[in-house]
Design a protein around this ligand. Sequence first.
Ligand SMILES: NC(=O)c1ccc[n+]([C@@H]2O[C@H](COP(=O)([O-])OP(=O)(O)OC[C@H]3O[C@@H](n4cnc5c(N)ncnc54)[C@H](O)[C@@H]3O)[C@@H](O)[C@H]2O)c1
Length: 249
Amino acid sequence: MRLAGKTAIVTGAGRGIGKGVARKLLAEGARVHICDVDGERMRETMEQLSAFGRIDGQTVDVTQRDQVEAFVQSVAERQGGLDILVNNAGIAVFQPFLTIDDQAWRRTLDVNLNGVFLFSQIAARRMAELGGGSVVHMASTNGLLGEAGLAHYNASKAAIILLSKTMAIELAASNIRSNCVCPGFIRTELAMEGGMSPTEIASYQAKIPLGRIGTVEEVANAVAFLASDEASFITGAELVVDGGQICQE
Ligand SMILES: NC(=O)c1ccc[n+]([C@@H]2O[C@H](COP(=O)([O-])OP(=O)(O)OC[C@H]3O[C@@H](n4cnc5c(N)ncnc54)[C@H](O)[C@@H]3O)[C@@H](O)[C@H]2O)c1
C-alpha cells in the first residue's frame, strides 16, 4: 500500500471523480478526509466507503476561507499532520461565450480557481510546518485546449495549471510537490449533465484514439501515483488522462 500512514484530504468527494479518488486513496492505506458543499452526498460517500478504510468528512464550501481553515485545522490536529491534498471540487455549465453572465463567470472562477487557491494556501502552510506534502489539482484537458461553450470553465482550468507550476517552484523548499491531473472525457454525473445524446457521445468517443470514455478509477490511479512517494521527483507537471484525445488534431 503506497499511502500507508498518510493523511489525505479530497475536496468535492460527494460523487464522481472525487469519490473515486477517495476510494483509491483508502485502498492505498491513507486516512482520508473528504469534504463537499452537498452534505447529503458527502455522508452517502462516507457510508459507502467506510468499508474500505478510515474515512471522515465534513460539509465545506471550497470558496469560503473560514470553512476551509476550520476543516484543514481539524484534520491536521486530529491526525497530527497532513500529507496529501487533492483539489477536486469543480463545476461546469455549458454556455456559449456571448451568453455568459457575470454571475456564471464569477461562480465558475470562484469554485474552480479561488477554491483551489484557498485550499492550497491553507493546506500548504500546514504541510510546510510539518515537513512537506503533495498537492494534486484536478485540472482538465480543457485547461490545455479550448472547447466551445465552456469559456469560463476552460479559463479556470488553464489558470489552475499555472497556479500549480508556481506552487511547485515556491513550495519546493518546503518539500511540497504540486501537480495536475488533466482528465479528458470521464463518465461522471457532471459530464453527463451536459445533456449529450447517445449519438453525440458515440461521435465524441470516435475522436479518442483508445476509442472510449475514461473511468473515474483511471483518473484516481493517476492521482494516487502523483500523491505517492513514487512521484518524488515530479512537481509542476500535468498528467493527461484522456485516452490520447489531445494527441491529434
Ligand atoms: N467528468 C469529466 O469528464 C471531467 C473531465 C475533466 C476534469 N474534470 C474535473 O474533475 C472534477 C470532478 O468532476 P466530476 O465530473 O466528478 O464532477 P461532479 O459534479 O460529479 O462532482 C463534483 C463534486 O464537487 C462538489 N462541489 C461543487 N462545488 C463545490 C464547492 N463550492 N465546495 C465543495 N464541493 C463542491 C459537488 O457537490 C460534487 O459532489 C472537477 O474539478 C472537474 O472539472 C471532470
